[in-house]
Design a protein around this ligand. Sequence first.
Ligand SMILES: [Fe+2]
Length: 190
Amino acid sequence: MTTLLVLPEDRPDAAPEVIFDSAGIAARLAADGVRFERWAVRDVPAVDDVLSAYADEVKRISEAEGFIQVDVASLHPDPTDPEWPAKAAAARSKFLEEHTHDDGEVRFFVDGRGAFYLRLGGKVLIVICEAGDLISVPADTRHWFDMGTNPSFTAIRFFLVEEGWVGRFTGDPIASRFPRLDDLVASSAS
Ligand SMILES: [Fe+2]
């Protein structure tokens, strides 16, 4: 379930404010300049069909926001691939420490799950995104992303610059102090 948890940035062990409903999540994130939308989840037979399945939404938001590049990132467990654990760990580690971008980071989750951690206004806002969620992290926002130890997701990525994803790592170890996606999912299931 899509979930927003809000914690003080200096008290990762505090009891979080938790919001489950989409309108409440959108309103709380909008207060810090972060766009969150829910799109209707469509049936997508294969990764190659993602952009055609969401063509209307992609066109609308690209025209509104000026995105010049759109692509699809997809990662799912492959039990037949002995290299999967190493590939998963390498993919996860790229985004797991605090960083910023000159460009906004805009993602729509077609399937699966991932957690954005946004450091804003003395808080860390943890958005556990699932299928149907669009999130737009403003440029220069300190954040990190956890796809979990067994990543499984497909996401449309929108870019304002041709260079695509370029992260500027802050060197602040804050991410290591906050619960990771696996822990959050495990605690919500218990
Ligand atoms: Fe990022």
